[in-house]
Design a protein around this ligand. Structure first.
Ligand SMILES: [Zn+2]
Length: 323
């Protein structure tokens, strides 16, 4: 697939067909046995809040994951290994962009994680995995050159998708799903800067070199770990992808997750705009824009909640099952 030109991180993954064969064999073996044995073949638990939080901590321990830096490369290894071990196909979509300060090329890498790649009806779940270079929303100018870790803004989407990945191989669903990790969402040292370099490249590639499949819908996760989460309809999502947006909030209701409110509060510009307007993939943004530490030094794991990420994971798994 031309869209996925890039190198495999690991060639040892179990492919989707053999995973299903294995699952079928497990079910066939259980067919004549007791109910308890049948249940033993199913996933025992849903998303695990502690495990999700552990992923968030591991990502943040790498330091700021600014596009083109060593910690970003380490994150790519960590995330790639995680999904390969779970049976997904992992590739990188790579290109260069001029560094916004000194103009030398920065290698940008969107990561693409494919589940059931043979299925031609597909959806995508996405997030950005780079972090903003500086905490430039700090009130005091002297603090705006500090370290920005980006636990919620940059880390939480990754950790939540890592947690969701555990459930995908055995999830009953009729579509294939790709997880897309956008690089260079905010490679911005000085405002105003260029946002969404990775997602815009991905969307143009999808439009200009169409793959053999189509994405039917997409969801973007951004800042999904607040201790006191509030997920409202996002204005651009409701305008550009009303059906997808409503279906996600319906999944939250069905799942009993009360932190999803079906009314608009914020309208934001985010990676989902390129997906909607360039790639024409109806995509909604699940974003909690009432996070007090947005672009500040205290966007740290201590300001985040594994329970919130597990709730978002449950909503997304319900949404995938319902498709
Ligand atoms: Zn940000």
């Amino acid at each position: 697939m031309s869209l996925l030109a890039g190198h495999r991180l690991d060639g040892t993954s179990l492919n989707a067909t053999s995973r299903r064969d294995w699952l079928r064999a497990v079910c066939a073996a259980a067919a004549g046995s007791s109910i308890s044995q049948l249940h033993a073949a199913e996933p025992a638990t849903g998303p695990d809040a502690q495990r999700a939080f552990g992923y968030l901590e591991a990502i943040c321990k790498l330091g700021p994951r600014i596009s083109g830096t060593e910690p970003m490369a380490l994150q790519q290894q960590l995330v790639g290994k995680h999904f390969t071990a779970l049976g997904a196909r992992v590739s990188l979509q790579e290109f260069d962009t001029p560094h916004p300060v000194h103009g030398t090329p920065v290698r940008i890498r969107n990561m693409i994680v494919e589940w059931h790649p043979e299925t031609t009806t597909r959806v995508l779940l996405s997030c950005h995995y780079d972090t903003r270079p500086r905490p430039d929303e700090e009130l005091l100018p002297s603090q705006r050159n500090g370290v920005f870790i980006g636990a919620n803004d940059g880390g939480s989407g990754v950790a939540t998708l890592m947690e969701i990945g555990h459930a995908i191989p055995t999830l009953p669903m009729s579509v294939g799903v790709d997880f897309i990790f956008f690089d260079a969402e905010e490679l911005i040292y000085q405002k105003p800067g260029k946002f969404f370099i990775g997602s815009e490249y991905f969307a143009r590639q999808y439009r200009d070199q169409p793959p053999a499949y189509r994405y039917q819908a997409g969801v973007l996760l951004d800042m999904v770990a607040d201790l006191r989460p509030q997920f409202y309809f996002e204005g651009n999502s409701l305008r550009l992808a009303p059906d997808v947006t409503r279906s996600v909030w319906a999944a939250a209701k069905a799942e009993g997750v009360k932190e999803f409110f079906p009314k608009v509060k914020h309208t934001v510009i985010d990676d989902h705009l390129a997906l909607n307007q360039v790639a024409r993939i109806p995509t909604c943004d699940v974003i909690d824009f009432d996070y007090p530490h947005w672009h500040k030094r205290n966007d740290l794991p201590a300001a985040c909640s594994g329970e919130t990420m597990a709730k978002v994971a449950r909503v997304m798994l319900r949404w995938l099952r319902n498709l």
